[in-house]
Design a protein around this ligand. Structure first.
Ligand SMILES: Cc1ncc(COP(=O)(O)O)c(C=O)c1O
Length: 425
């Protein structure tokens, strides 16, 4: 086999399918978020980032940066070992206790990323449970899908947020079989929320275990930032709550929380936890500082919600095809991969606005979109600048406004009803 040609053809294939990804080379500057330097083909240029998952801007919070600097200054840059072999430093132990408290659970366990936490925890839990059947929402994140696959357990996919379908699968499994329901609270591409209470009711009725991914909710929802399960008073009804330290908390790492026994089992059996170097103590210290800050300060959450709603209002009033979202995520329907990339390129090159295009396989074909994530630092003025740049881009590329014919698949991805004409706002 010609290995070089093989990989070159694999890349050609991605180009042909319009799936080849180009990274924007960015440089953040503390104090100026969401502004950043884009190191593009014409040299460094200042742009506004509209697609960061540092949803609350905690990555530039002085308390978080200070905690990281202090811990790095006193404890060094790396953990120096796996958790079992010299890598368990006090800041990690503190962080795990903080996370358990955040979700009202007995114990917490930290991983190097949210991806690893899902992959390691789901695969281990479902592998340990005898003859386990996993029931997985069809829109679950790739990290959960990897966990499901790796477990080797039988899986059934239930239609997105469809309680009736989930119930029929639970019923068919029979009362004796071990069952694990895995789902997210906030779905990151559409911004919708799972019917958590209904899923818990079904789990009780059919004696299933529940595992929720709160990656796009922790820090942002609930009185103390404990996510949608905290906001809705449902955390005690979920067996395992998983989250990230990289988005709302602005650092890096992932975690699970649950009963002491479940956490102990994952800690003892999950290769993704055991056979890898622990998070640096400085990262753990920064994450703890961020969580503690957001447990008591509501200013960031309130400003975030306000600016997210304002962005939705301004863009939909201008006739732009904002898809319905119950959360801070603002998806703008394009419906074609090439046009989606062209829109993103034009926004960056002509308007100094960075929004990464979201194409298949992250979203279904025909529902390609720009996924906009406002933060508390996106001012009203920046939102108006965004609207004007989007309007110019939509006109220049002949993209569909609200109420205009969309590509077939996009038609099923509803948009917020037209408020005023597309030139309005
Ligand atoms: C729903 C969901 N779960 C898990 C992850 C992985 O989290 P992390 O970025 O911390 O690896 C992501 C990442 O984007 C995600 O969207």
């Amino acid at each position: 086999m010609n290995y070089r040609r093989f990989f070159s053809e694999a890349i050609d294939q991605l180009h042909a399918e319009k799936r080849y990804r180009v990274f924007a080379n960015l440089e953040r500057i503390v104090g100026s978020f969401p502004r950043a330097l884009w190191r593009g083909p014409f040299g460094p240029r200042e742009i506004t980032v509209w697609c960061s998952n540092d949803y609350l801007g905690m990555g530039q919070h002085p308390t978080v940066i200070g905690a990281m600097q202090n811990a790095a200054g006193s404890m060094g840059s790396g953990a120096g070992g796996t958790r079992n072999i010299s890598g368990t430093h006090h800041p990690i132990v503190e962080l795990e206790a903080e996370l358990a408290d955040l979700h009202g659970k007995e114990a917490g366990l930290v991983f190097t990323s949210g991806f690893v936490s899902n992959e390691a925890a789901i695969s281990t839990i479902a592998r340990l449970l005898p003859n386990c059947l996993i029931l997985s929402d069809e829109l679950n994140h790739a990290s959960m899908i990897e966990g499901v696959r790796r477990s080797g357990a039988e899986k059934k996919i239930f239609r997105h947020n469809d309680l009736a379908h989930l119930e029929s699968l639970l019923q068919a499994a029979g009362p004796e079989r071990a069952k694990l329901i895995v789902f997210e609270s906030v779905y990151s591409m559409d911004g919708d929320i799972a019917p958590i209470e209904g899923i818990c009711d079904l789990a009780d009725k059919y004696n299933a275990m529940t595992y929720i991914d709160e990656v796009h909710a922790v820090g942002m929802y609930g009185a103390r930032g404990g996510g949608i399960t905290e906001r809705d008073g449902l955390a005690h009804r979920i067996d395992v709550i998983e989250g990230t330290l990289a988005k709302g908390f602005g650092v890096i790492g992932g975690y699970i929380t649950g009963s002491a026994d479940v956490i102990d089992a994952v800690r003892s059996y999950a290769p993704g936890f055991i056979f890898t170097t622990a998070l640096p103590p400085s990262i753990a210290a920064a994450a703890t500082a961020s969580i503690r800050h957001l447990k008591t300060s509501t200013a960031e959450r309130e400003a975030h919600q306000r600016q997210a709603q304002h962005t939705k209002d301004v863009l939909s009033a201008a006739g732009l095809p904002v898809m319905p979202s119950e959360t801070h995520i603002v998806p703008l329907l394009v419906g074609d991969p090439e046009l989606c990339k062209m829109a993103s390129d034009r926004l960056l090159e002509k308007h100094n606005i960075y929004i990464q295009p979201i194409n298949y396989p992250t979203v279904p074909r025909g529902t390609e979109r720009l996924r906009i994530t406002p933060t508390p630092f996106h001012t009203d003025e920046l939102i108006e600048t965004l609207r004007d740049a989007l309007l110019e881009t939509w006109e220049a590329l002949g993209l569909s406004f609200q109420g205009e014919t969309q590509p077939a698949a996009a038609q099923s991805a509803r948009v917020i009803p037209l408020v005023v004409s597309k030139s309005g706002g």
